[in-house]
Structure formats: C-alpha cells, structure tokens
Design a protein around this ligand. Sequence first.
Ligand code: HEC
Ligand code: CU
Length: 401
Amino acid sequence: MRSPLPRSARTGREQAHATPARTRAFLAIAAVSAFLAGCSSDLDGSPTSNIPGPDPERALPADALNPLGPVARQQDQLWDIAYPIAIGVFVLVFGGLAFILLRFRDKGQDELPKQTHGNTRLEIAWTLAPAVILIFIAVPTVRTIFDLADEPAADALMVDVVGKQYWWQFEYTNEGEGFYTASELHIPTGREVFITLDGTEPGDPQIYQTSPPVLHSFWVPSLAGKRDWVPGTTRTMRIQADEPGVYPGNCAEFCGLSHANMRFTVIAHEPDDYAAWAADQQEPAQSPEGELAQRGEEVFATCLACHAVDGHPAQATDESGIARFGPSLTHFAQREAFAGYIYDSPFGDSVEDEEEAMENLRQWIRDPQSLKPGAQMIPYSEADLPDEDLDALLAYLGTLE
Ligand code: HEC
Ligand SMILES: [Cu+2]
C-alpha cells in the first residue's frame, strides 16, 4: 500500500520499509570506509595547500605518532596506554548497542515486552568501570605533566618564542648568545631546548594596533605536543631532537587570514655544528662589495622601520639584536624559505627554481598580500620604489649571509 503522506510525515516503520536493504548495506559500507580512511598513516608533512611551499623532501615526516625525540616519546607513551583502552571501550559499547538493537528489535508482536526499571548491580558496575579506567590513565598522565613542567635542565638551550601575525620569532637567550631568527629555530641534537612562549613582549602599542595580540599555538608534531602562545602571559614547554634534521612545524591555533601560512621549521644540528652556527649568527652583517648591492644597502634604510639588520649603517648600534615588527633580516640569505616559510628563498641551498623564487621575492616586496593574505608588511609600488631600487634591494638581501 502506498502511503498518501509526504515522505517526511511517514512513521519510522514505514520509512524503514521504504529504504531497500541494498541501499542500507551500501550506506553502511560507505560509512565504514569513510571511518577507516581517517586511519591513513600517509602523513608526510608536506604542505597541503596549493601555495608553493618548502620542499617536502627537505622535511622529516610531521607525524605525532612517530616521535623523534624524548619529549615527544614521553607524550606518545600516554597515547599508547589510552588508545587500546579507548578501542576496547568502543568495541564494548558499540558492540553491545548493535547486539541490543538487533536482538530486541520490534518484530511485529503486539504485546509490550517486559519493562525493567533500574538494576543496582549493573548501575554500580558501569559507574565503577569508567572511574577505574580514568584513574588508571590519570596516574601516568599526571606524572608526565609534572615531569614536563619541571625547571629547565642546567644545560638547556633557552629560547624565547613570540607568535606574530603570521610568523614566529625566536630569541636565543643563553648567556653569551642573544640573537634572533625568524621562522627557523636551530637547535643542537641531544640537548633539551626549553621554550618560553612569551606573550609579554612589552611591544609598542602602535604596533599592537596593526598586529593584534591573538592566540597562536606552537606545534612541531615529531618533537612535542602543541602548546598555545597566549598574549599577556608566559608559558613554557620543551622539545628535543635525537638526530640532525629538519622538523616541520605549524601554527595550530587560528590566528587570522594567513594562519595556515604560519609555518616554521626546527633545524637540528650536531652540537658542534650548532655552536658554529650560533657564533655566526652573532656576527653583524658586512657592508656588501658590489655597486648594485651597495645601492641596495642604502635603499634598505627605509625597511629598517620594521626590520632589523645588525651592522646596517643606518641601524643604531645600541639596537643590535633588537626585535622589530618584522623578521630580523641580518642573516636572511641563509634562510631556505620566507614569508612564514611558505615560499622558497632564492638564496637557499635547496631552492628548486631560483628564477621563480626571485620573482616571488620581488612580488613579496611589491605586494605582500598577493602572496600571503593579511600579511602585515606594507606594499611598495613603483612610485615608492622604482624598479632599479628594487633590483638593488634584492642584490643586497642576497648578501645577508
Ligand atoms: C610596516 C612594516 C614593514 C616594512 C616597512 C617592511 N616590512 Fe618586510 N616584513 C614585515 C612583516 C610583518 C613581515 C613578515 C610577514 C609574514 O611573514 O607574515 C615581513 C617580511 C619580510 C621578508 C620575509 C622575511 C622572512 O624571513 O620571512 C622580507 C625579505 C622583507 N620583509 C623585506 C622587506 C624589505 C626589503 C622592505 C623595505 C623595502 C620591507 N620588508 C619593509 C614588515 C615590514
Ligand atoms: Cu598563528
């Protein structure tokens, strides 16, 4: 018999009959496949947007389930405990549900089945069981939390991290050090790196107006779990890498238009190589040799409003190492990528298409927002910066080794 009512007004019973068994089987299979597809371990840390990014081959997998240092391993062990338990609970609950749905479904009988109200033993059991499980998981969890919240090790590398819109600033604050990098955090292997997520940088209120203090989250999946960077407060965390390598990171808290373009990388060196690198970072930039680059150095004076280049003649010497609104460019030519680590730098060792990378850098100065929505750098039109001056600037940036 056809129901005269519109489909939505039919009873559940009628609807069940209206869906053929084959369709239901198909839906079930589709749901299971969709669920299983989420389990793919095919996470290679490569950029997922179609914006050209740092070469994925340069980066180790960004896989939180494949920890590559002691901190990440310690955190991963908690997952190893909790996950099998969660699977067990899932199978029990949904298995029980499926069983009851099938076994006791309405088979068309007229009488109501026997009604039960309350079962003390069952209720005590299903209150106690979750409590026991939670206590069992809480013990190692709380212990790990306290462990990781400890004071820094005596020989830890101390790094002050500031989340900007949309890039990360790293200040190396160990005694005898004291310099900045942007988007690349260099660390020695086998040594604790104690990170202060510093949201208290006094900053210029003028600057905060153009770069509002928003939340960010610091995340290097293979080295440690994420931790929020919160304006106005200071939080700490630690990372450590076993092996030299390049570990991709990303901002993991929505912070504005270019949140997804706020990448960074942690580059781990053998301790000796790190020491050499750190010594080099403290060297100011040398004035360049060539005529074009020298002209570029002059033109660059205007960029000092937001960028620091230690050793630039127009930067006051007492401002050495100072953080600015924009990334420090003192050793810009050493970086592999720019603009939140999303574009290959033409001066990097691993650049694939140098010409295209140079074109991107030129475009970055002309119109940063066209490459990175919401970028906080001002555009320089032809009128502000004639082509000859831009050529000179690019030549100068290439000398900032
Ligand atoms: C109003 C401040 C401001 C001025 C002026 C400014 N910049 Fe920038 N610049 C920024 C900010 C902010 C960023 C970071 C943007 C981002 O990645 O989201 C940046 C990024 C850059 C980068 C990429 C650095 C990196 O490692 O990611 C380069 C190169 C650069 N600027 C060059 C210049 C040059 C050359 C000038 C002068 C012609 C200039 N900037 C003037 C604010 C400024
Ligand atoms: Cu962010």
